[in-house]
Write a new protein. Structure first.
Lengths: 379, 379
């Protein structure tokens, strides 16, 4: 277990300059000494999630990326559209380390018992700055993985698994009878299908390809609607009427998807209503936007009465809202089921420099369903 | 007090036909006999609110209105756009009586003491079907007006006053520090200015004309932003930063107004924030759409982080949520301040037939700020 710990190690940083360029590069930073209640993790696997791209590229046009530097120390540069520059004023000239989550082995600990107990353990953490070779974090923020779980298997313990579990918990807290989910063939979407299948929760999945319909049905999905089918809104209305689902989670954000879901929820509710109400049904319909695969404006037709809500949904405030005990319960479930319910698949495993090569960026920045990269910072 | 009560009386009804035409006409209906717990009101004043137009015209194009029939029995007809017809399927071939609220004198009562105590009193009621010469309602739904308040003065006791008070109560329930209001020079907006002035609640008003800025300042508004000014978003951001207002009420609905408010709220919050958060500020921002002056789609740019919400807001579910005691308290305040805080002004007083003349419809269907009609069904 005795590892050689270097004095300095690599970290991926994102820097926005005043002229509106964003620069991603690898920087040698001192390997931190853990404080009393901290551990030092040798990061061995860390995924590139859509939620990481926001910090990496800011609001830059991801088609404008160019890469300079050497293959070992590439520098990726992109341009932020003029009108978006004021929105990132607070970031200018501050290099920010990237990477929301990852897993690795604890190689050093502070003096506390809790910290020392973790030495040698494989742990997952959502500490930020995970695109680093070494990362010091609080011992109590570590999720200890079961014996036999590799860092690669545990790299995605937080963002997707807790978001999927958070959708189900939000549904229960707001007293909805079921869920609708867009971009449902994603890693996260597949987790949600398995949770809902195992927990008996009505779920309507929306996908964009026939092959994804089959993929989700194979893992136990009951309702899968293909948004490219001519009769999509009829399919969706039918599934919503059958499940009574009135809470949607939308990863797309832009365009008419959220509005379309609200419209079909209202139609489904009206089927059951008696008579006509001038303000629409008396069923409250809610869609949470938790991603921004489409960054264009959200278009709402508002043809669903007055009892509707739309809003942003973010994991961190959700976890704060449910409290530490409940959150810990969800985290334990993730560790217990990381090889089944919460298994992630990756299309490619890359080193830190490879993550900044233009061929890599071209793939993961597109955020296509099924394309997901894993970084091994020590590769 | 002994009034001659006829057997039949006029009522305005809206009928949607299968072919997508909506027809507004005056129908002779039997004057109802009040049940034990009911009173019969001789309706003497009833306003045409924007919220009435929804039932009157449905989703018809209000520029397509044509009027036939005689001056005493006009019939106004309008066409519903093809794509909107499925949304009103539940209304087809069912004549619906129009008119949300009004005031009049109780001319007859059921056998209950509560009902009998109201005979001869001037009362206001939000019973629906108020564009009628006579209307039977439950005694307990009547708001008894003070001696010296005329039906014309009390005609608008519910929709505008309770919505304005509901905005303030919603702000308190959701722990916001202040309010933003669009179309703020409306009758309702003026009420809100007076409530906030008297109760010490920070309020940011948004208007579309310089004359409206002065109108609101004259009645005690502190912050009034003119959306036609070049520096509107700077004005708004400044007022939001000063007041800390994070709850908006938008009467417009369509276009970018709601999104613009959220953007400026976020900018105001960022001014106070330390450092940069990749998901935006940690301030929750909420806009309630309570009207639809612009029926075009709502456009959301989503450049305000993830802590935001948008939704429909409707008076009736709000009153149900706060409970009967609290609602009664608000109603009493309206009766007490109907000649001051909650005074409405009308540009014209019309008879039931005149309300269906094309020159009238052309004015009130436009919903211009400051243009409001009052119907006297016995004129």
């Amino acid at each position: 277990m005795a590892q050689e710990i270097p004095e300095k190690a690599l970290q991926m940083q994102s820097l926005i300059r005043k002229d509106g360029t964003v620069e991603l590069s690898l920087v040698e930073v001192p390997v931190p000494a853990p404080a009393d209640d901290e551990v030092l993790i040798r990061v061995e696997a860390t995924p590139i999630n859509p939620s990481d791209l926001g910090l990496m590229f800011g609001p830059a046009d991801r088609n404008s990326v160019s890469v300079s530097g050497s293959p070992e120390r590439p520098v990726a540069t992109a341009r932020i559209p003029e009108e978006m520059i004021p929105g990132v004023a607070a970031r200018v000239d501050q290099p920010l380390p990237a990477g929301n989550e990852g897993a690795g082995v604890v190689v050093k600990a502070g003096s506390n018992d809790e910290a020392r107990a973790l030495v040698g353990k494989t742990v997952a953490v959502a500490g930020g700055a995970m695109y680093s070779q070494y990362r010091a974090v609080k011992a109590r923020d570590c999720l200890v993985l079961h014996e036999g779980t590799t860092p690669a298997e545990g790299a995605s313990c937080f963002v997707n698994p807790l978001t999927a579990l958070g959708m189900v918990e939000t549904m229960k807290m707001e007293n909805h009878a079921g869920l609708v989910h867009t971009a449902a063939a994603s890693n996260l979407g597949q987790m949600l299908v398995k949770i809902c299948r195992d927990d008996g929760i009505p779920l309507v999945n929306i996908v964009r390809r026939q092959s994804h319909v089959e993929l989700l049905k194979d893992i136990g999905a009951t309702h899968v609607c293909n948004s490219t089918d001519d009769d999509f809104t009829d399919q969706l209305t039918g599934a919503l009427a059958e499940t009574g689902a009135t809470l949607g989670f939308d990863a797309i954000g832009g365009g008419k998807t959220a509005s379309q879901i609200l419209t079909c929820m209202e139609r489904a509710a009206s089927r059951k209503a008696e008579g006509f109400s001038r303000y629409g049904s008396d069923v409250y319909k809610h869609v949470c936007i938790y991603g921004g695969l489409d960054r264009s404006p959200t278009i709402l037709t508002r043809n669903y009465g007055m009892l509707w809500g739309l809003g942003g949904w973010l994991l961190t405030p959700f976890l704060q809202k449910i409290g530490r005990d409940k959150a810990e319960q969800l985290r334990r479930r993730v560790a217990d089921e990381i090889k089944t319910t919460f298994a992630s698949s990756y299309t490619r495993e890359v080193s830190l420099p490879e993550a900044l090569h233009s061929d890599s960026i071209a793939v993961y920045a597109r955020q296509a369903t099924g394309e997901k990269y894993l970084i091994d910072p020590h590769k």
